[in-house]
Write a new protein. Sequence first.
Length: 328
Amino acid sequence: MLKDEKVKDPTFSEENQVVRTTFHPEYTNADFIGQILPEVHEDSQGKSVVEYKFKPGPFAKILKQALHNPSRPFYLVIEEINRGNAAAIFGDVFQLLDRLKNGDTSKEPVGTDGFENHYGKGWSEYFVMNADVNAYIRDVKGDDELDTKSIDVSGIHFSSSTGLRLPPNLSIYATMNTSDQNVFTLDNAFQRRWDMELVPNICKWNDEDHKNQAKSKIGDTDIRWETFRKAINSEISDGDFFNADDKQLGLFFIEAEGEKIDGKKFANKVLKYLWADVFKRDTGKIFKSENLSGVVENFTGTDAFDKVFVEDFAQSLKNANDEIKNHE
């Protein structure tokens, strides 16, 4: 989507118009929104002085940029949104995810300034109050400006009593991998405020990167990665697995180096995952060896698949391999 934005507008700059962050178990609301932190500097007499200043988080940074530049699109990109407690990280900002639709308007008086702000399509339907982010948006420099300084941004009058809303030119995108372990569950109230899109687990043969990855040889064998991936995913989907879709191998689960996937890396990453996480209750369904060490050690040479996998599965790979090798 960001590449499409660059095509539409050659002046689009990810460094200036996109803020990225990654959620993780220790990530907090203060990290995301912003927080007051001590800052040490020397005064005119050379003495150390401690000041407490607001340090903006990714949310505050991109919100300020978007409000001050209403003619440009801005994006907050959250990677791995389900690896942190998203509901706690968003906090009351959660309310801002509901946007006004076509024809909807919201009118809000701005404190005692005598102004009335009109919010239309694309603005947050509701607002939240946060004095620190509000002051950061207004570029307040000292306590004397905290309640008095007002600015006009994005067609609204922004004063100390103006609530925070997402403007129409600010979009939030997030990624998540449902097959990752030890992740937080996103509750339904949080999820339904997003437009969700499932990324299909398929090889796009018209994409050169996908094609090269799919046709990569595995180790010293002639078996191609997409041959193996399709066969093993079929075994997983046909088996008695909880959340079978989440157990399947993605196209870039392991990446090729040139035209080949290193055999040792394949054994230690792919085969180890299949043994320990997927077929752990019935390893004999596809593996010959009685332990993981045997699987890893035996995956060598041109006949590596014959040595590691049961005969029926190994033969199915050979039968399907030509189709992948010759795929245009």
